[in-house]
Structure formats: C-alpha cells, structure tokens
Design a protein. Sequence first.
Length: 409
Amino acid sequence: MAMNSRTILIAGGGITGLTAALCLSRAGFRVDVFERAEGFETVGAGLQISPNALSILAMLGIDRAVKNSAVAPAAIRMISAFSGKAITSIPLGAAAIERYGLPYLVVHRADLQQVLASAVRDDPDITLHLDARVEDAVSHANGVTALVGQAGRNSEYTGRILVAADGVHSVIRKLAFAGHDPVHTGYAAWRGLIPGETLSGAQDRETTRVWLAPDAHAVAYPVRNGRYVNVVGIVKAKADEDASDVRSTREMLNAFEGWNDEFRSLINHKVRWTHWPLWQVPKMPQWHRGNLVLAGDAAHAISPFAAQGAAMGIEDAAILALHLGRTLNIQDEEGGAVGEALAKYSRERMARVARVRRLTSANRIIYHLPKPIGMVRDLGMKIIGGKRLLKRQDWLYQWRSEEFRRDLN
Ligand SMILES: Cc1cc2nc3c(=O)[nH]c(=O)nc-3n(C[C@H](O)[C@H](O)[C@H](O)COP(=O)(O)OP(=O)(O)OC[C@H]3O[C@@H](n4cnc5c(N)ncnc54)[C@H](O)[C@@H]3O)c2cc1C
C-alpha cells in the first residue's frame, strides 16, 4: 500500500524540515511535517545564506520574501581580534552577484523560518502539525509508520518514507542508526542581537566582520534590514556544558578579555547573551535505513566555522526531492526504486558534506592559530587578497542543482 503512497512524513520543522516539505511537494508528494514545538520562535540569532543555499530558495519562489528582511553585506572584513587591525576584506555585495549570479545574504533565523513556514502553510499538499513529537518510527515492507505524540495522546501515521530532520540530537538517528551520537566539539558559541539604535555611529552596519584570535573568533553582521547586529563569538568550552543558557554582559566581556575596543564596545550592551555548546555528528557510513532517511543536522551537524550547516540542510532537501520525485511514476511494489533513490541521495550528499567538513576543520585551525603563526596567517591573507579568497570558495557557492530545476519545470 504505502510504497505507492504519495505521502512523505517529516520529523522536524526546522530549516531543513520545512525546505524538504516544500521541495517534496513541488516534486509531486503529499507531505506531513511534525514539529514538536507549539509554534515558530520569534527570537533567535543570525544565519548567513550563501548563494548555493539561496539558489534552492529561489527555485521554490521564496527568495524575494527572504530578501525582504535580509541584508547583503558589502564585504567580509577579517580583523585581528587584539589589535583591531584590518587583515583583509573579501568582497561580497555586487561582487558576489557578479560571481555567483545571486547575493550572499545574512538573515535573522526567525525571519527565514517564518518565510518557510508561511510557504508551507500556503501549500495545499503539506500539512504542518505543531506540538507534534515523533516518538518512534518503523520502516517496513509497505513504507513507514511513525508514532506521534500530540496533545497528550499518540497517533500513528503512515507514508512512503520518513525524513528525519529533527536536528543534532535526532530521536530517529538514535533509534535507527545506533552508535552515531553527537560529540561535543570542545567549543561554545556566545550569541546576541544588538538593536541598531543603541549602537554608536562608529559601528559598521554594512559588512560582516570576522575577528580572529588564538583559540577563538567572532563574527558580527547586520540583520532585519540593518535594524539589529547579530554577534557570535566562538570560544573553547568544556564538554560538560551541554545545555544552552543565558549569561550576563559581564561574563561575555570576561570571555573576550583583551580584544580590541570595536569588538568590546559591541558586546558591552545589556542584551540577552546566550551561550550554546556546539555539537557535531561524526561522519556516518550511510544516512538511510529501510524507509528512514536523515537530513540536515540530524545527518551531519557540523560546527559553524564555514557557516554552512543550514545551507547543507537546504541542499539536502532539494537532492532528496530530486531522487525521490523520480520514483513517483515507477511501479515500485518491492520498494527497490525508493531504496535506490535514498542510496543516491545519501551518496551524493555525503560527498558534498564531507568536503564542507574539511573546509570547516581547516577554517577552525586557520582562524584560531596561536599568536606567532597567526601573524603569518594575517600576512598570508593580505598577500592572497580578498578577491582570491572569495574565488577559493567557488566550489561551495557555485553549487546548483540544475537537474532539480529541470525536473520542477
Ligand atoms: C552559532 C551558530 C551559527 C551558525 N551559523 C550558520 C550560518 O551562518 N549559516 C548556516 O548555513 N548555518 C549556520 N549554523 C548551522 C545551522 O544553524 C544548522 O545547521 C541548522 O539550523 C540545522 O537545521 P535543521 O532543520 O537541520 O535542524 P534544527 O534547526 O535543529 O531543527 C530541528 C527541528 O526538529 C524539531 N524536533 C526535534 N526533535 C523532534 C521530534 N522528535 N519530533 C518533532 N520535531 C522534533 C526541533 O524542535 C526543531 O524545530 C550555525 C549554527 C550555530 C550553532
């Protein structure tokens, strides 16, 4: 029955789950999305949306809505954290559009989530279940059955497959892919949003700033049409700090002792500073088992040193829909075509994510070099120059799924 069902179940209504719902619906499926939260949070932090991810949002026709509240920074300015001296400036803005055909955006996470959620609600082929926690899922010959806890009672749903987009601490990964628990990266992120009207005139609101220091770095960029500046500072942290919490400005200032005045005056604001332990999911041998498949952070949470976690989830969504969509018109009584589609998705995405993982590890080492070698790095970046540093990211930002675009038309 269900192997020929057009229904796909998705656990998790984060950026990956919502994008997957839209992509799968466009590919011809009916989709049920289960999100354990009662609604979409209006608080949150920033996200960089590079052209590779934006290309998928553009195919879904929601890039304009995303751009409405986003900012396209003119450049990424690399700065030495202690001296405050400029290292180099990587051109974005018009340079990104010229190079990649699309802008490099920075957004408030909640704004992106709202755009995705509103597109999902407008789509008659998608049902969004809020306050609905996927407790269990079983793959069988006819597809998949999920047990969902809603309003104090459990219900069963069946479908062709279940996409586990339930984040780094995925329940489905734990149940069906034992031995692949997330590991602490040894780092934590401080995050805060500073209202623009409280910033001094000297603070830059046009670019993304990245400060580099031994064992730490920080990033700041404007969001919500420049009405806020999003600040993220990454420092070493003990593995036993496993929950996010709210900290004071004083603690934040202590964590970034000795950094330059521009950065310290930025963090010397009495805003809600949150402290997030950073987890990652180690490389897995495959992301599908029977009719269960992992996507986004559930499959490959990576530390944010290349700002690509959500982008990889968005790419996953399109590639999964591409391969599954091609099974729709096949008589697939045994489920062989679906299995092959999931295997293709897994192979294709694992190769891409592995390369992003390598970039992430390299960035962590380069950004956090100790002082004497850090000075050599700064000189090296200056000599290479911002334009060539951008060019080195072509493989990442030029990624497109022309096949998915063709299949949608
Ligand atoms: C400091 C920091 C900065 C970052 N910056 C960037 C950046 O600039 N660019 C970028 O691309 N990425 C960035 N990332 C990574 C990005 O935030 C994540 O990769 C992305 O949010 C993952 O999305 P997801 O939908 O896969 O998972 P999640 O966002 O974790 O969503 C999972 C969803 O599933 C729900 N859920 C969980 N369990 C269940 C269940 N059992 N049943 C139902 N629902 C469930 C959760 O409530 C949640 O809504 C950053 C990450 C950090 C920590």
